[in-house]
Design a protein. Structure first.
Length: 443
């Protein structure tokens, strides 16, 4: 799926995310992951660094860090995890990498390895010449040092993984949470890897061998006084709703029906079926199901959000406004829902709605400054107000956030000509015009 789900129909690619990575943006899921990660990040001394959990639209079980600002987790990991504690354990492990400074140290190791590799190659060439004269093996003279360097680097990576495991257990214990989910997750992955790992060379693996890693983690995890502590029923329900939403949006209707049959009257099952109905069947039936969800949990902002999205995408933007407004009032972090509401307001083609859309979008973009979709909607709203300078600037920013630097600079030049020289809008437009292509389009 190349479009985001629920909170806003978009894929927002942040500047720290490589191009082409399919992301899922959703207010409900991101809020849950924020609630999962914040206690861990505070225990790790990272609470003030504004680290975000970013969801990748991939069904494989995986999570990783690329810098000190984001933890990436695949949708597949969220869908496979049966309990909140399993996801929290994965986040604790990844937080261990950030807190341990593993990324910067790994870069140093890579740079050092590259230097060593070059030296080894040069020495190998000299040795090859000598070996050639003496009838030896020139290939072995070149490859031997490089293989030693590679094994040393992989050993360093294995040590980092072991350190992240220990740190993860420490953070979970400090926050009064069980490390059992973390252990169960890695144990399950270990069992899946067991057959293929039997014949693997342990010195050529970037992660510790499964049996060794799980054994060490088990000893650490079971020493925690919170080993048997369970997730609260309220948190488990939110987790189950999150999984139901992902299955509802990402799976085919038949798959959803088999996973959540009509005999299952739980709230998550009803949620998944309502989403699947709106995506694959009739709008009227979907709205009836969503209204049933709202009746069960009248203060759940994401049920109102779903209703608004279904109505808007079903061609009823005016009717979508009220439930989306209600969702914005209820949601703790409503930026993505505000962008969706602004889209509904723009879709009504009512000039009176443009002012409200501009206000919503400026508020939302203060929290989501890399949202290409938000800037696109802002350009439309300014255009309806007749403010062509701001409309062009917003269009340029939308192109810039999409990675289309050439278009961004072209539109920004037009915007710059519309603004008074030295005004804030002129300065922003000039920044885009002056930007240099980097990796294709961004600075």
């Amino acid at each position: 799926m190349s479009v985001a789900i629920a909170a806003a129909p978009m894929v927002a690619r942040a500047q720290s995310v490589p191009r082409g990575v399919p992301l899922i943006r959703d207010a409900e899921i991101e809020q849950l992951l924020r609630d999962y990660s914040q206690p861990i990040l505070r225990a790790a001394g990272l609470g003030q660094q504004n680290i975000r959990v970013t969801i990748i639209n991939d069904r494989a079980f995986n999570a990783f860090v690329m810098d000190g600002r984001r933890i990436f987790i695949n949708a597949g990991a969220l869908m496979d995890a049966k309990t909140p504690n399993e996801v929290i354990g994965v986040l604790a492990h990844e937080s261990g990498h950030i807190a341990g400074g593993h990324l910067s140290r790994l870069r140093q190791q890579l740079a050092q390895a590259q230097t060593q590799s070059i030296i080894a190659m040069l020495l190998g060439v000299g040795a090859a010449v000598a070996a050639g004269r003496g009838g030896g093996n020139p290939a072995a003279a070149i490859l031997g040092p490089q293989e030693t360097i590679r094994r040393s680097l992989l050993s360093y990576q294995r040590a980092q993984e072991e350190q992240a495991d220990r740190a993860g257990v420490k953070f979970l214990t400090a926050t009064g949470q069980s490390p059992k989910g973390m252990y169960d997750t890695f144990k399950r992955l270990s069992d899946e890897m067991l057959f293929s790992a039997r014949t693997a060379d342990p010195y050529l693996q970037s992660h510790p061998m499964p049996a060794d890693r799980v054994a060490a983690l088990e000893t650490q995890a079971k020493s925690s006084p919170y080993w048997n502590k369970k997730d609260s029923p309220e948190l488990q329900l939110r987790h189950d709703l999150m999984r139901a939403k992902l299955f509802g949006f990402l799976d085919r209707a038949g798959t959803v029906a088999r996973r959540y049959p009509m005999s299952d009257n739980s709230l998550p099952a009803r949620y998944a079926r309502a989403i699947s109905t709106y995506r694959h069947a009739g709008l009227r039936s979907a709205i009836e199901q969503i209204d049933g969800l709202i009746h069960t949990q009248p203060n759940n902002p994401y049920f109102y959000e779903l209703k608004g999205q279904a109505l808007m995408e079903g061609g009823h933007p005016t009717e979508a406004i009220a439930p989306l407004q209600h969702a914005v009032r209820l949601a703790p972090h409503p930026a993505l829902i505000q962008i969706l509401l602004a889209q509904a307001l723009n879709a009504t083609n009512n000039p009176k709605s443009a002012k409200e859309a501009v206000k919503l979008l400026r508020t939302a973009l203060a929290q989501e400054p890399e949202s290409a979709d938000g800037y696109t909607q802002l350009a439309m709203a300014y255009g309806r107000e007749g403010d062509l300078a701001q409309a062009d600037l917003a269009s340029a920013l939308a192109a810039f956030m999409r990675g289309d630097g050439a278009t961004a600079r072209q539109i920004a030049a037009r915007a710059k000509a519309r603004f008074p020289i030295g005004s804030p809008g002129w300065v922003k437009a000039d920044d885009i015009v002056s930007s240099k292509p980097a990796g294709g389009s961004r600075r």
